[in-house]
Design a protein around this ligand. Structure first.
Ligand SMILES: NC(=O)c1ccc[n+]([C@@H]2O[C@H](COP(=O)([O-])OP(=O)(O)OC[C@H]3O[C@@H](n4cnc5c(N)ncnc54)[C@H](OP(=O)(O)O)[C@@H]3O)[C@@H](O)[C@H]2O)c1
Length: 289
């Protein structure tokens, strides 16, 4: 296959790039927004045609959740029209698409892990634009799936793990929210899943194109921060605070744990426990220092 990975400079794109070295059967094309701006329809079409692309993993996204509240048009361009451009281009020549979406399509009022078919009610611009992107993939006739994920971190890019490690080394104590519950996801684990699915010989979509993937288990941001200090050997003390005492522009769901049974069944996937994956990522971050 000729596989295009968009958003290749981001956390997930970078992990796929590293792992792709072991995928000798396919040729990979990695592009960030400078190499391939997915909001430019003609450019996308031309790129896909010229390079005979027959698989796309769309890791590109407008991912700044708070900034999006004041940048609706920018978020729409990438999260909606960018996805539409990829879908249209694939539609005219065939090929598979894996598109990445988010737990922020839910309002967080559930108390049970969200299933793919549960009610959608995004709380902000990021979640609602990502939902429109999902709908474009869902309603298309192309062979495609959408993977919703949550709380992504990696040794690449900026994320909660790296911020906590930096602040933890600078300060004696930190307050971290304990009333938002979800599951951290090591981008490398999601990267493995994307590569596994895109490389399958069989058709990848079934009756519904939506799938959930995060690491296994449940945590609050407070629990996540405590584990980061533990595995990073950082002596900073972490205290629990409420969301109301940490104001952000965008509202976040209080609960966004994802049920992963469908992806496990359909693609025969084993999901690592979040603390085990976090330990591995911190080892990688420390190795690179
Ligand atoms: N991070 C999370 O916690 C999280 C949670 C749930 C779901 N997700 C979803 O997972 C996917 C990957 O997330 P991530 O954390 O890897 O994102 P990230 O680190 O923020 O990277 C985003 C990537 O998108 C690219 N991009 C932005 N605008 C673009 C455009 N117009 N054309 C082409 N590329 C563009 C960026 O390129 P430049 O660097 O060149 O701008 C960057 O490579 C996204 O769809 C995101 O919505 C993320």
């Amino acid at each position: 296959m000729n596989i295009l990975v968009t958003g290749a400079s981001g956390q997930l794109g970078s992990e796929i790039k590293e792992l792709s070295l072991n995928y000798t059967g396919s040729k990979f094309f990695f592009e960030d927004s400078k190499g391939l701006d997915i909001t430019n329809a003609a450019f996308v079409d031309d790129y896909i045609e010229k390079n005979k692309i027959n698989g796309v993993i769309n890791c590109a996204g407008y991912t700044a959740v708070d900034k999006a509240e004041e940048a609706l048009e920018e978020a729409k361009k990438v999260n909606i029209f960018g996805v539409e451009n990829l879908v249209n281009s694939i539609k005219s020549r065939g090929g598979k698409l894996i598109h990445i979406s988010t737990d922020y399509v839910f309002n967080g009022e559930s108390f049970l892990p969200y299933k793919e078919e549960d009610n959608i009610a995004p709380l902000g611009v990021y979640g609602s634009t990502k939902r429109r992107g999902e709908e474009i993939v869902e309603s298309s006739s192309i062979e495609a799936i959408v993977i919703r994920t949550s709380w992504v971190y990696s040794a690449y890019g900026n994320n909660f793990v790296k911020t906590m490690m930096k602040l933890g080394n600078e300060r004696e104590s930190l307050g971290v929210i304990y009333d938002q519950i979800g599951t951290p996801t090591y981008a490398r684990d999601l990267a493995k899943v994307c590569l596994h699915i895109i490389s399958l010989d069989r058709k990848i979509d079934r009756d519904s194109k939506i799938y959930h993937f995060s690491n296994e288990g449940v945590a609050s941001w407070y629990d996540f921060a405590k584990a980061i200090m533990e595995f990073g050997n950082i002596s900073c003390s972490v205290t629990p605070i409420e969301s109301k005492d940490y104001k952000t522009l965008a509202k976040r769901p209080h609960y966004s744990v994802l049920n992963k049974q469908k992806i496990k069944n359909d693609f025969n996937i084993e999901v690592p426990y979040w603390r085990d994956s976090l330990k591995k990522c911190i080892l990688n971050i420390n190795k690179e220092k």
